[in-house]
Design a binder for this molecule. Structure first.
Ligand SMILES: Nc1nc2c(ncn2[C@@H]2O[C@H](COP(=O)(O)OP(=O)(O)OP(=O)(O)O)[C@@H](O)[C@H]2O)c(=O)[nH]1
Ligand SMILES: [Mg+2]
Length: 362
């Protein structure tokens, strides 16, 4: 008997180890079978789709030639419509100074170009020439006064290289593809396998008329990534020209972070467009309270103080003191920067969702 007892005791030990390994493996498998749903929310133009593109580059199939070629038309439209907006703003006295002489004649031609038309050599060179005009440049500098794409100059700087850049056989670079602006309408989603975990990333349109569609994605969300463009403190909404963009982003964040839908959902706040924020605040010295709407903002031009104020201002919208919101200052056009930030988010999202599933000690 003694011998059997001792034999059993000997056999028990490896079984317990095997059981606990199996249990851990089952837990890990269960965790990996979970679909982790990440929802990108935020106002129009805040940078949601740019983050989405970066995730495709970092964790998806990347940005193939085919995908980039499909964005040629978008880049052409961004370039031409941006130039037209600047010309109108200059000539109508909204920004900069009215164009004169040869530039005025060139500008008239550019205004005649229709949307969705292949970029011609004449238009490319006309825009390259206008880009050198001081009155046109002054209007571009005053771009907070009207609606124009933030990254327009990245395209304008290159169009003198036509046809190597912008020509019929040109394929946008990855940098051009990241900057190409196509307003999102509806809901776009893609699945990514990241470190063996199954993430679904959902991108929605952020302009006001798009937001009624958001509710369709609100169920079983693992984490909301709210994207706010902190550089837009002196700009008006595209869809409502009397509404300050930062004020809109704060109100929207208020409704999301206090929403019953997301009571138990991880919330990550991206304070985005940090590069433009730095340029506006430190180089152009545009005060955060230029609109008069943010009297509690720092009056100086220190980047860190400004970014810290933005963080506090957004977090002050939160009504539940127990709710944890992870914040990151981001530049969505910088692939490496997005990777670093996403790595940090991913770890906290995974830890939290595994705890919620009872797969990890709290
Ligand atoms: N310089 C700079 N540009 C950015 C940044 N994030 C986004 N952009 C640019 O801002 C523009 C708008 O970005 P999108 O990603 O299309 O914005 P969105 O939030 O998806 O906008 P909707 O689809 O209308 O909701 C694009 O031209 C981007 O290249 C950033 O951090 N820095
Ligand atoms: Mg979008």
């Amino acid at each position: 008997m003694g011998c059997r007892a001792s034999k059993n005791a000997e056999n028990d030990a490896p079984n317990r180890v095997d059981d606990s390994i199996n249990q851990e493996l089952r837990k890990a498998k269960k965790a990996q079978d979970q679909v982790l749903k990440l929802l990108l929310l935020g106002a129009g133009s805040s940078g949601k789709s740019t983050i989405f593109k970066q995730m495709q580059i970092l964790y998806g199939e990347g940005y193939s030639e085919e995908k980039r070629a499909a964005l040629r038309g978008a880049v052409h439209n961004n370039l031409v419509s941006g130039a037209q907006a600047i010309i109108r703003a200059a000539n109508e006295g909204v920004a900069g100074r009215p164009l004169e002489g040869e530039s005025r004649a060139i500008a008239e031609k550019v205004l005649e170009v229709e949307e969705n038309v292949e970029l011609s050599e004449e238009t490319a060179h006309a825009i390259a020439k206008l880009y050198q005009d001081p009155n046109f440049a002054a209007a571009w500098d005053d771009r907070s006064n009207f609606q124009v794409l933030d990254g327009w100059a990245d395209f304008a700087k290159q169009c003198h290289k036509f046809p190597e850049w912008g020509g019929p056989s040109w394929i946008p670079s990855i940098a051009d593809a990241i900057r190409a602006r196509v307003r999102t309408s509806g809901i776009v989603e893609e699945q990514f396998d990241i470190d063996g975990f199954n993430f679904v990333l959902i991108d929605v349109g952020g302009q006001r008329n798009e937001r009624r569609k958001w509710i369709h994605c609100f169920q079983q969300v693992t984490a909301v990534i709210f994207v706010a463009a902190i550089s837009e403190y002196d700009q008006m909404l595209f869809e409502a020209r009397d509404k300050n963009r930062l004020e809109e982003a704060l109100e929207l964040f208020d409704s999301i972070c206090n929403s019953e839908w997301f009571e138990r959902t991880n919330l990550v706040l991206f304070l985005n467009k940090s590069d433009i924020f730095r340029y506006k605040l430190c180089e152009r010295r545009i005060p955060i309270n230029k609109s008069g709407l943010f009297p509690d903002a720092p009056s100086g031009f220190d980047y860190q103080q400004g970014a810290d104020w933005m963080r506090r201002k957004f977090l002050a919208q939160k009504k539940n003191p127990r709710k944890v919101i992870f914040t990151h200052v981001t530049c969505a056009t910088d692939t490496y920067g997005v990777q670093v930030v996403f790595d940090a988010c991913k770890d906290s999202i995974l830890r939290d969702s595994l705890q919620n599933l009872g797969l990890m000690p709290t």
